[in-house]
Design a binder for this molecule. Structure first.
Ligand SMILES: Cc1cc2nc3c(=O)[nH]c(=O)nc-3n(C[C@H](O)[C@H](O)[C@H](O)COP(=O)(O)OP(=O)(O)OC[C@H]3O[C@@H](n4cnc5c(N)ncnc54)[C@H](O)[C@@H]3O)c2cc1C
Length: 432
């Protein structure tokens, strides 16, 4: 797989006529699919209403558990296998372990090009979240890696809150996580000259901490409290475009490993991811129409014609192939009425329980989840949607991400993995 520099790509005029591929949906799956396709030299346009990525924790899960099991699995690849053998039709079974691994590697390399580093963990790495709960994940932003190590080694660690910062209570993290991490303590600092007057918002503070002078203020405020602590945990605000440099600067200034604690949405880590992907779009010449909802998509002799509208402005793009990555109910990729679940854009066949009564179990918190969460589009191994008879709907139409059937990403902790892996396969199929 080549990178943008090798290909000599530059951003092109966004809507310069015919494209090879149009991607509908700019969440994790659509963004990854667009970039994988562009890496293959295809001319790509992506249209999306605006992604939910800024809400995400920034962690990339592969497979955290099989629904019904108690607790996280330590072995993500074994869990991938278990998901495939226990749930016929699981998207991971369509892509296969080798391609899933390749997809992760390729996607993380794209982010690395944009200065956003991730570390793949052989076992699911456990981190403490901002509510003090445990989360296990496969690929951690490098700003969160030292937190997994500190927890694993039970290091005496200081959790630092910042006065007036919204959405992060250091004492809550320390108290809730105390049973699994006895060496934790917390402090709230009030660095002089950091943040505007009034409430401080994580995204704004992260941008401020791209600057060494701002880091110096935070370091000065933390240093008197270090007192033999071997690591420092912070809210996820360690830089926006320069998080790698910010982390290194903080660690040098404090003399101990530092890490971000995954936060509640919206998070600076999610915004960082969104912005890195947007920079990658530009690097790889992917045309974007962000904020636009595709209202019409039709297929003619020359391929697909997709019309998107935004505040009264309409744009049309034609492309030989299309990747549908519109997500589930929240983003509008699937819709449900009193009788059934539909796919509103192309009216694709949606695999679903026979009646609405079977959508949910009586027990809302049943560990095996609800049938409605496994509803979705069935695809073949090339990620081409199938109709109710199992026939390919259209050889130039592909689907990726959480809209796919036979997975329950929230329960399986497989969100990023399914998005990245199926995007990789859909993009590869487009280039054939
Ligand atoms: C709060 C939150 C926390 C998360 N935490 C984690 C985590 O800890 N670990 C992890 O691995 N992943 C996490 N994720 C990310 C998750 O992996 C992905 O959101 C998930 O994989 C689904 O991605 P997707 O691209 O398929 O769908 P979506 O993210 O839903 O993206 C689909 C996009 O398509 C748009 N769309 C739909 N219809 C149209 C249309 N007609 N025209 C244009 N656009 C349209 C939608 O509005 C949406 O923006 C989190 C996500 C959220 C929201």
């Amino acid at each position: 797989m080549s990178n943008a520099a090798d290909m000599g790509l530059t951003a092109r005029d966004p809507w310069d006529g015919q494209r090879d591929v149009v991607v509908v949906g700019n969440g994790l799956a659509g963004s990854a699919a667009a970039l994988f396709a562009a890496q293959k030299g295809l001319k790509v346009a992506v249209v999306g209403t605006g992604s939910q990525l800024p809400l995400s924790s920034g962690l990339f899960d592969l497979a955290g558990m099989v629904p019904g099991d108690k607790g996280y699995s330590a072995a993500p690849w074994q869990t991938v296998q278990d998901l495939v053998s226990q749930g016929p039709g699981h998207p991971y079974g369509k892509v296969g372990a080798d391609a899933i691994a390749q997809a992760f590697k390729g996607f993380l390399a794209i982010l690395e090009e944009e200065g956003l580093g991730y570390r793949i963990c052989d076992t699911n790495a456990r981190v403490v979240t901002s509510v003090g709960s445990l989360k296990a994940s496969y690929a951690l932003p490098e700003t969160m890696v030292a937190g997994a190590t500190a927890l694993e080694q039970g290091l005496k660690t200081l959790i630092v809150g910042i006065r007036r910062l919204k959405g992060f209570e250091a004492s809550q993290v320390a108290q809730s996580a105390a049973p699994i991490w006895p060496g934790l303590s917390s402090v709230v600092v009030a660095p002089e000259g950091l943040g505007r007057p009034g409430d401080i918002y994580p995204e704004a503070l992260a941008r401020e901490l791209d600057l060494p002078e701002a880091c110096d203020r935070l370091i000065e405020a933390i240093r008197p409290h270090l007192d033999g602590h071997k690591a420092v945990g912070l809210p996820p605000v360690l830089g926006m475009e320069k998080s790698r440099e910010t982390l290194a600067y903080m660690e040098k200034g404090l003399g101990v490993p530092c890490f971000e604690i995954p936060g509640m949405p919206p998070t600076a880590a999610g915004v960082r991811l969104r912005e890195a992907l947007d920079r990658a779009f530009s690097r790889y010449g992917v045309a974007t129409f962000v904020g636009g909802r595709v209202t019409k998509a039709s297929k003619g002799e020359g391929g697909f014609t997709v019309t998107a509208s935004l505040r009264g402005e309409e744009r049309t793009v034609s492309a030989r192939k299309m990747i549908l990555a519109t997500g589930r109910f929240m983003g509008g990729g699937l819709a449900g009425d009193r009788l059934r679940i539909t796919e509103p854009l192309l009216d694709l066949y949606v695999s679903q329980p026979q009646s609405r009564d079977a959508w949910h179990r009586c027990d809302l918190f049943h560990p095996e989840g609800h049938a409605v969460n496994r509803a979705g589009i069935i695809a073949d191994t090339a990620m081409r949607p199938l109709d109710s008879e199992g026939n390919v709907v259209d050889p130039s139409l592909f689907v990726a991400g959480s809209i796919l059937a036979h997975q329950d990403w929230k329960r399986e902790k497989s969100g990023a993995g399914i998005s990245i892996a199926t995007a990789f396969r859909a993009a590869a199929s487009c280039s054939v």
